[in-house]
Each structure stands twice: as structure tokens, then as C-alpha cells.
Design a binder for this molecule. Structure first.
Ligand code: ASP
Length: 440
């Protein structure tokens, strides 16, 4: 059994947590490849090292040097090394890093990546493992996407024959050889890429929570932990706002079908959540896996008699939306009606009025109106495809709770039911669905 372990920002926040990470790694000698994030917050008022590094880049652009902000980063790492009792010349590494940040004036990526770089250097020293730079393994193509073939090949050649390795998360190199990062939280993606490259049996993702919860604990404090989640359920829940794992972390694993285990560094005795391909280890008896949602959508609702006979009607409406560069969230439709659901964030500064005007000009609807402040809630679970009554259970519960449903969309894969409600009913809606399926 070969495991790749990724440790998130809180696990790397201070020397004490480095100690916890070490005991997890040394508890099983299957944990041979370690991917680390930059140190996160030590407490609520603290600033993440990555955020300070983005500020360093801004300082370089505005005042020509990152010296003052970098001092905070320098102090953090010097303290960690001192508290760990390491005989490691971190000062020279920090001096070189500061120089590098001062010299890079075109993108923030180099600066942003240094939290992971420094974390991995210190962790490698502390564990007595080999440091391998992600810049030598992970490659992006000229469009900024991962060059998966090149990367996989590099990992296979560079890591074959070595065990006990620490790799920084979050970055690689672009096609010109410059450091480039993934989007925020991207060390999760690095972990997946390494897991695939070394053909791991399991990718353990160590965080500060004991797994995915059925729904947001700020709304339902007693929300249960999901024991098993499929890759595609994870996609649905992440897209709708569940944020334990980077939304793109499963892509590198899809073909190799490596499971991801979300674990808690601070409660290593908890089993966490297993994220698996649907056909492996998925619990077929479960109807609903999770409930997630997002607020702040606008629904453009269009009515026109005999709309379904008019060739190209939907295309014309969507062309207007495309013309404004907007992403469509959902398009529920009836015989004479069509709604387009868009994120309100993208419709600010008069864009909404322009879109509505152009749709009017393009398809001459009988009626067009906009509903704002809509929240979308997704109830997700493969189990609902095999059981009848799931939708009715949701809608009965919501009717009894007096929640007015504005829109319903059942995904064609029958693994989710999406409901639109007024933003003010958002919390009540999630709580009600939770009680209907998981309540006592
Ligand atoms: N340190 C980076 C961030 O804060 C990447 C990560 O933690 O995964 O986004």
C-alpha cells in the first residue's frame, strides 16, 4: 500500500503542528510521499503566509521592495525552525527567496509559491526526507493548463527509486520555465497529480476537519460527516460551495481511480471521508449524500407562446448571454417558457439591463422579467436515481416549512435536485432538507 499525504495550511501553521504531522507520517511507513501547503493561520486574527506573499508582490510593484512585509514571513519561518530545534540555515534560504521576490515584476506567482517552497524545505529537514521541487515535476502548457502527459512522465522519472520525499504544493513551471501556481487552495491538486504519478493506492488529504459534512455546519451545527462520497457527488457539492477540497482535485485521479481520504491532523483517530469512483466502495443504500448551496443568483424568465416551435430560440437567448461573457448556471424550460439563471455578481453595473434589452430585441418575447436574490440549493446523491419518492420528500418538507420554491432542476444524471428559493429562505431550506433525510 503506497500513500501520498497532503497537509493543508493549518497543519503547517506552527512547530507544534509540524510535530503532529511528523507523528502521522511516521505512524505508517506507507506514507512515503508528502505534499505540503504554506503555513496557514495560527488563530482567527492571523494572516496566511500565502496572503502575505501576494502582498509582497504588490509591494514590489508599488514601492519596489517587499522587505517590510517579507519580515513577517521571515519571522514565522525562523520561529518554526527554532522551535523545532533544527540545525538548518533557513536565513540563507529566506535571503535568497526575498531577492527572488524583489526581482519578479511580471506575475505574483513566484512570490505566492514561496510559502509552499519554504514549508517543504523545513518539513524535509524535520522529517529527514528528500526535498523535491514541484518546479521540476509539474508543467503547464502555453494556455496555462496542466500538461498532464509531460508532468506524469517527469514524476515517474524523477521520483522512481526514491522514497520518503517532501514536495511543495500549489505550483509548477509554465512552458517558458517560469513558476506558475494553480488557483488558490491548489496544493490539493498537486497531491492528486503526485498520487497519480507515483501510482499511489490512496491519497490522504490532511485538513483541520474530520471530513465532508452533509451540509454547512453554520446552518446545521449537528450535521453528520459523510463517510463515503463519489467523485461526481464531490464535483456537484464543491461546485455548489462545499469547500473542504479544491474543486479540481479529482481530475488527475479519474482515470487511475485512486481514492481520496479527507483526514483531520488534529483528530487522526477519525476515519474521515472517503472519496471514491462510483463503482468502488460506494454505499448503494444511501439516498442523499449531501446538501450544498449558494446565494445571489438572478433568474431571467422568458415567456413566448409557441416558443418550442421556433427553431433556434434557445440558441438566440444563450448567444446574448455568451456575448456578454457570462456563465450560465441552469436553463430550466417549459413549452412556452425558458429561464436563464446567472450569478448576480456578473450582472452588476448595468449588465443585467443590457442583457434583458438584447434578449428582447433578439427573440421578441411576450413577457420577460427578472427575479433577483435567488439562492440555489442542490440535494446530491446517486441513490436517488434508484429510489422513488426523493423529490416528493424534499418538496413536502419544504411545503410544510412554508418555503416557496421558485425553480426546480433535476440534473439529467439523476444525482441531484436543484431548487431555487428566495435568498432569505436559504438557511431554512437547507435545514428543512437536512431534517427530512437525516433528522431523528
Ligand atoms: N497556499 C495556497 C493558498 O493559500 C495553496 C494551498 O494552500 O493549497 O491558496
Amino acid at each position: 500500500m503506497l500513500k501520498v499525504c497532503k497537509f493543508g495550511g493549518t497543519s503547517m501553521a506552527n512547530a507544534e503542528n509540524f510535530g503532529k504531522v511528523k507523528s502521522i507520517i511516521t505512524a505508517e511507513n506507507e506514507r512515503k510521499f508528502v505534499v505540503v501547503s504554506a503555513p496557514g493561520k495560527r488563530d482567527k486574527s492571523d494572516i496566511k503566509i500565502t496572503d502575505l506573499l501576494y502582498k509582497c508582490y504588490d509591494d514590489v510593484i508599488s514601492i519596489g521592495s517587499c522587505h517590510d512585509t517579507f519580515k513577517l514571513i521571515r519571522d514565522r519561518f525562523t520561529e518554526i525552525v527554532k522551535d523545532l530545534g533544527l540545525n538548518f540555515d533557513i536565513e540563507s534560504v529566506l535571503d535568497e527567496t526575498e531577492k527572488g521576490i524583489d526581482a519578479e515584476k511580471t506575475t505574483p506567482d513566484f512570490a505566492a509559491s514561496r510559502g509552499e517552497y519554504l514549508s517543504a524545505r523545513v518539513m524535509a529537514e524535520y522529517l529527514g526526507y528528500t526535498f523535491v521541487d514541484a518546479a521540476d515535476l509539474i508543467r503547464f502548457d502555453s494556455n496555462g493548463n496542466l500538461n498532464a502527459v509531460y508532468t506524469d512522465d517527469k514524476i515517474k522519472t524523477k521520483l522512481s527509486g526514491i522514497e520518503n520525499v517532501v514536495i511543495p504544493g500549489f505550483y509548477g513551471k509554465d512552458s517558458f520555465g517560469k513558476i506558475k501556481t494553480f488557483s488558490r487552495g491548489g496544493s490539493d491538486v498537486t497531491g492528486s497529480i503526485i498520487a497519480k504519478g507515483v501510482s499511489a493506492d490512496l491519497y490522504e488529504n490532511w485538513t483541520d476537519v474530520s471530513g465532508f459534512l452533509v451540509c454547512d455546519p453554520r446552518i446545521v451545527p449537528e450535521a453528520q460527516i459523510i463517510d463515503t462520497l463519489s467523485y461526481s457527488e464531490l464535483r456537484e457539492l464543491s461546485y455548489m460551495g462545499a469547500s473542504v477540497l479544491h474543486a479540481e482535485a479529482i481530475f488527475p485521479l479519474i482515470t487511475s481511480k485512486i481514492p481520496i481520504n479527507i483526514r483531520n491532523t488534529f483528530r487522526p483517530q477519525d476515519k474521515g471521508t472517503m472519496i471514491v469512483p462510483t463503482e468502488h466502495g460506494y454505499n448503494p443504500d444511501k439516498v442523499i449524500t449531501g446538501i450544498a448551496g449558494k446565494k445571489n443568483f438572478s433568474v431571467i424568465s422568458i415567456e413566448k407562446s409557441l416558443m418550442n416551435n421556433e427553431v433556434g430560440f434557445i440558441r438566440k437567448v444563450l448567444s446574448v448571454v455568451e456575448h456578454y461573457g457570462l456563465c450560465v448556471e441552469h436553463v430550466p424550460s417549459g413549452i412556452d417558457t425558458l429561464s436563464v439563471i446567472l450569478s448576480s455578481e456578473e450582472l452588476k453595473n448595468g449588465v443585467l439591463d443590457d442583457v434583458v434589452r438584447e434578449i428582447r430585441e433578439s427573440v421578441a418575447p411576450d413577457y420577460i422579467h427578472v427575479i433577483e436574490n435567488v439562492a440555489l440549493i442542490a440535494t446530491v446523491g446517486h441513490g436517488m436515481a434508484r429510489r422513488s419518492g426523493t423529490a416528493s420528500k424534499i418538496f413536502t418538507a419544504l411545503a410544510e416549512a412554508n418555503v416557496n420554491i421558485k425553480m426546480i432542476d433535476q440534473g439529467s444524471s439523476e444525482q441531484n435536485i436543484i431548487i431555487g428559493v428566495a435568498g432569505s429562505d436559504y438557511e431554512k431550506c437547507i435545514r428543512t432538507i437536512y431534517n427530512a433525510f437525516f433528522g431523528a
